[in-house]
Design a protein around this ligand. Structure first.
Ligand code: UD1
Length: 378
């Protein structure tokens, strides 16, 4: 319980893996300004495994959550409703001056909705990104969270246009930069060397994988892994790629379940593919920075590869992060065999797409965000 004599409270929310990299620099920036405000960190428990949660808190120095709502997995409706139900009493007890949410997961919209219904201002970090694909649960979460937010921090300049087009006043939108890249720059020197990652996590200790001569694959989007035909086609393409370039594949729990369910384990084993468990941050950072190319359907990896200058082939039909294509190293290919193979050919023959680091991806986004929050509300 926080007494009235204490500083104004900012409730910060995390729930799923991609949130942890985003909240870490925000919590550090709040600590720097602890004369002005005090954080209260809520973990909804959307992700709960050691590999999906605890390792990130430890490695990124995120303080222990003040409360863990322990909602766990469920359908979208059940998960979202359960987060809302358990988050409400937290706000009743704390009476914060604002609630800060990051990213686009179910925890983001669930907590945002509870806050605004209680007339507590909502702050959204990573606002304004749009893929245009409303089949993606994250797109719905983005559009709705932005609509109800009071202060919206964007990672790329063009994102403001999406918000204005949806009727959001430009005075509420602040181009702050990319908190995920704050985390990347803060941790790059501590990244685990790729060879150590393989030694530590692979069952096969005789791997012949050389620096800048392997592809890193990550894949967990429902559109890629929940459909047997699509998953089967993508895996077949990856098996073919692996004959030319070894593939390292940390497997998300959702993907692992689907590979087993659809009977695709043998197909996966037929390629030169090293499967690993989901990895902690410093491990994935080490694998990413030493890869020749990254194949992914993640949003975060599209941005991180652009910041690192590593070519990225995105296994999705669209991206909500167009700056990674316009300025960075990213190409969008979907799940089409020909497009994936021809992008890989380009990487092998020419080294792939080069790019530049976008504006304000400079390691100071969280600092700018907290300064703005203080001047705006306190
Ligand atoms: C969620 C986010 C997605 C994000 C991804 C990163 C939403 C709508 N989706 O998707 O944007 O890119 O996290 O990982 O919020 N599971 C475990 N251990 C865990 C968590 C989940 O085994 O710690 C399993 C559960 O069986 C669950 C499945 O993984 O059913 C999927 O988890 P869920 O949180 O529903 O969605 P993600 O696919 O992880």
């Amino acid at each position: 319980m926080i007494s009235e004599t204490q500083k104004p409270v900012l409730v910060c929310v995390v729930g799923a893996r991609p949130n942890f990299m985003k909240i870490a620099p925000v919590m550090a920036a709040i600590k720097e300004q602890s004369d002005h405000l005090q954080p209260y960190l809520v973990h909804t428990g959307q992700h709960y495994d050691e590999a999906m949660k605890d390792s990130f808190f430890r490695q990124l120095g995120i303080p222990e959550p003040d409360v863990d709502l322990e909602v766990g997995s469920g359908s979208h409706a059940v998960q979202t409703a359960e987060i809302m139900r358990l988050f409400e009493p937290v706000l009743d007890e704390l009476n914060p001056f604002a609630v800060l949410v990051v990213g686009d997961v179910n925890s983001t919209i669930a907590c945002g909705l509870v806050a605004v219904k209680k007339h507590i201002p909502l702050i959204h970090v990573e606002a304004g990104l749009r893929s245009g694909d409303r089949q993606m649960p994250e797109e719905i979460n983005r559009v709705l969270t932005d609509q109800i937010s009071d202060l919206l921090f964007t990672t790329e300049k063009e994102a403001a246009k999406n918000l204005v087009a949806e009727g959001i006043g430009s005075e509420r939108v602040v181009f702050a930069g990319n908190v995920m890249i704050d985390t990347l720059l803060n941790n790059l020197k501590n990244a685990m060397p790729f060879s150590e990652v393989l030694r530590k996590y692979s069952a096969d200790q005789d791997l012949q994988i050389i620096e800048k001569n392997y592809a890193l694959l990550t894949m967990h989007r429902p559109s890629n892994v929940d459909d047997k035909e699509v998953l089967s086609r993508v895996l077949e393409t990856i098996v073919e790629i692996s004959q030319k370039l070894p593939v390292v594949f940390p497997v998300h729990p959702r993907t692992e379940k689907m590979i087993e369910k659809f009977g695709l384990v043998e197909k996966l084993k037929s390629g030169n593919i090293t499967c690993l468990p989901p990895l902690p941050y410093l491990e994935i950072l080490g694998l990413m920075s030493s890869a020749k190319v990254v194949l992914t359907d993640s949003g975060g990896l599209q941005e991180e590869t652009t910041a690192l200058g590593v070519p990225c082939i995105t296994l999705r039909e669209s991206t909500e992060r167009p700056i990674t294509v316009d300025e960075g190293t990213n190409v969008i290919v979907g799940s089409d065999y020909d497009k994936i193979i021809s992008s890989l050919k380009d990487v092998l023959e020419t080294g792939g797409k080069s790019g530049q680091v976008p504006e304000k991806w400079d390691g100071r986004a969280a600092e700018r965000i907290i300064q703005k929050i203080i001047s705006h509300y306190l």
